[in-house]
Design a protein around this ligand. Sequence first.
Ligand code: HEM
Length: 447
Amino acid sequence: MSSGHDVVLDLDDIQSGALHERPSPYVGRYLLLRIEDRTAGRELVRRLVDIVDHGQPSAEPQQDAWITVAFTYQGLKALGVPQESLDSFAPEFQQGMAARAADLGDVGESAPEHWEHPLGSSDVHVALAALSPDAARLQAVVERARRAHQELPGVDVVWSQDCYQLPTGRTSFGFKDGIGQPSVEGSGLLPSNPKERPLKAGEILLGYPDETGELPPMPSPDVLGRNGTYIVFRKLHTKVAAYRQYLRAKATDRADEALLGAKMVGRWQSGAPLALAPDRDDPALGADPQRNNHFGFGDDLRGFKCPAGAHARRANPRDALDGEGSVNVRLHRMIRRGTNYGPALPEGVLEDDGADRGIIFVFAGAHLKRQFEFVKTQWLNDGVFIGAPAEKDPLVGPDEGDGTFTIPTRPIRRRLQALPPFVVTRGGEYCFAPGLRALRWLAELQT
Ligand code: HEM
């Protein structure tokens, strides 16, 4: 157990995946399983109780390899969770991501009918994530996962995906990712942005008060919900060649290309935030965890340094929005544990090589609707909140070749036109990662 400001988290009961920073760099694998036979499914869960990670992060580096498990609504159903209990989960979780697609902007090429099989179907029951600092240790941890489901004829692996992080932390578009994260009371981790107080634990974990002072809605029975968290998992293909071609066509020269790219994200490729490095990249700043997230937008309300429409500013407007109208930015924060997949497109290449590359976006939080869905629909897919109703997120928004992006500059603003989609949803799921006691409860279900 570890104490925060005014909360004590039951860390021994909480899976490590959401709260703890992972090794960097890392390699990992996601596995999706289908439970055909209820008894075999419960045996799988019984075995998983012994291998999922929880508790304080260990000081031993070899312990930095870990397994996290989460279930879809269909998965809980397949395990025989009583209907009354299934009905007590968040409605969005019960519906599943595919049913939410139109609202989330997963249309056209990103629509569920084009998703990778079996993503979004009722065949996805259990999601396992194995992460480790290197390939050798990943092998060992994947072997632990394999032992959990081997010789269980009623449990099948239906999908797997490898992921990795480069030592630079950069993802397919070339940007360092995973920098902006909230800290959580009681987790023992200090905020990377000292300007943002740690979030109440109930924003991320069920069973603790959240920012409203209330407990997040809890699934019943209590043992099933407590110390759990909702997980959003999305495979997002990135059109890196199209993105590079677009920047090449719009920029005056290479330096301008880097600037336009940074304006779209809100950070330079190194991770240096525009708020602190508005004119040119500062790789030392980007690499410095003490400084690279220590900023707000309060002194840049008009967006001359970082446009209000930039991806990271939309996703977390910080003090630019706080207190305005009824918006409380703290109610729309999230833990991101996204990873990178697929081979990098070599530097300078502008032609598409046909390879599949992108990010596996992973969200952890207690509120699917007011955190993930709100940010995706109101802040990334819409521009009303920044006074530009026709504009979507220039990097990840569902533009259809008609997108615009305004970059405030003096004396006249710059406007990028005809933005195509750079990200295609290949599928995803809403999951629930239970605490350890909840896993035991699931393993012991009798009905
Ligand atoms: C392929 C799709 C995406 C790419 C390539 C991408 C890339 C990035 C990059 C480069 C950053 C800045 C570095 C950082 O702070 O970690 C960032 C920040 C962020 N992104 Fe994304 N992102 C994607 C999708 C999404 C989605 C779907 C959401 C939420 C619904 C999201 C939420 C966030 C948040 C909350 C931040 C941190 C903002 C902050 O605290 O400053 N991203 N993203």
